[in-house]
Design a protein around this ligand. Structure first.
Ligand SMILES: [Zn+2]
Length: 325
């Protein structure tokens, strides 16, 4: 769990504090100290974003005190990026720190903005997958990092696609031993996700034969007005051998109709086959979360886990302090 990142002892004494250039306003009435960095911002501004800070700063009369200090035991750099995101209305945000701080401080608005930036690199429908087969171009270690990030920050709606990408690009051995990012760094998938992937691979192999590639055995082909039944039957057998060639089955359940399959069947059979292929892909997409033991699409949500914040508050990781300057 990412909580361990926050559970560090303060690294600086007050005398070593650095005034941040990221967010320091002379007229600010809130000092935030995070791992040796000091920020000076406005209570009313940060309270509009963060429910945690709002509840912490508002007194019994619901008003703000003249000047308050808050200690947050997490990366000063992350806090700086988060405060910049609050004060800078442009679309540019640094995704990971803002996700981290947004969840930590109960800022659903900025959390969602950062999550949407992350989600933007993942197709979120069968149609989007058609035009954005992202897994074919990316390094498998990228998907493992993406999975771990989505899990850590509760971005559940991309887990099925990312697990599909991992399952279709990684062998069982690389799932178990990790994928090198560079000569000195390796991306590892948690054991539960490895099992989900292996389980998903089996289910997808079955479903692609029954759904995506139903046209290879479906009774509607040869089509009713096929131009040459003998040729089309022969061509279909050949395509079946080509598509499922290889000792180990590969996951192709969401693959688009391939250009090399065109003109092998007569035009009527090809049209029927393409329609079956597309319907099969969509059926696989609908079932995609289930292959990995996840909830159905309509129950997968991107919601920060507020329990973690409550734990941090109880543990004094976020706390009101004294003015120490
Ligand atoms: Zn035909």
């Amino acid at each position: 769990m990412m909580a361990s990142n926050f559970l560090e002892a303060p690294s600086s004494q007050p005398s070593q504090l650095q005034l941040s250039t990221a967010a320091f306003f002379e007229d600010g009435n809130l000092t935030i100290i995070a791992q040796g960095q000091t920020f000076q911002v406005h209570q009313a501004v940060v309270s509009r974003h963060s429910t945690i800070l709002r509840d912490l700063l508002r007194g019994p009369g619901n008003g703000y005190q003249s000047h308050q200090v808050i200690h947050i035991q997490c990366s000063g750099e992350d806090v700086g990026h988060y405060l910049n995101a609050i004060y800078d209305s442009s679309d540019e945000i640094t995704v990971m720190p803002v996700l981290n701080m947004g969840r930590l401080l109960g800022d659903v608005c900025l959390y969602e903005r950062a999550a949407n930036k992350l989600i933007a690199c993942v197709p979120t429908s069968a149609i989007a997958w058609t035009y954005m087969p992202f897994y074919k171009e990316s390094d498998p270690s990228f998907f493992i990092d993406l999975y771990n990030c989505a899990r850590d920050y509760d971005i559940m709606t991309i887990l099925p696609q990312v697990l599909y990408a991992i399952g279709s690009t990684c062998s069982a051995e690389s799932l178990a031993f990790g994928i090198p990012r560079s000569p000195t760094s390796t991306a590892y998938l948690p054991a539960t996700a490895q099992l989900a992937c292996l389980r998903g691979k089996e289910g997808l192999c079955r479903s692609q034969a029954l759904l995506t590639f139903a046209w290879l055995h479906h009774r509607n082909i040869p089509a009713e007005h096929c131009r040459n039944r003998t040729d089309c039957c022969r061509a279909r057998k050949t395509l079946s051998r080509v598509i499922f060639a290889g000792a180990l089955p590969t996951i192709q359940a969401l693959d688009n109709w391939a250009p090399e399959w065109t003109n092998k069947l007569c035009n009527r059979c090809e049209l029927a086959a393409k329609n079956l292929h597309e319907a099969g892909r969509e059926a696989v997409w609908e079932k995609l979360p289930s292959f990995f033991g996840l909830r159905p699409w309509n129950e997968l949500k991107n919601e920060p886990d507020i329990a973690i914040t409550e734990d941090l508050l109880r543990g004094g990781i976020i706390s009101i302090g004294e003015i120490e300057r």
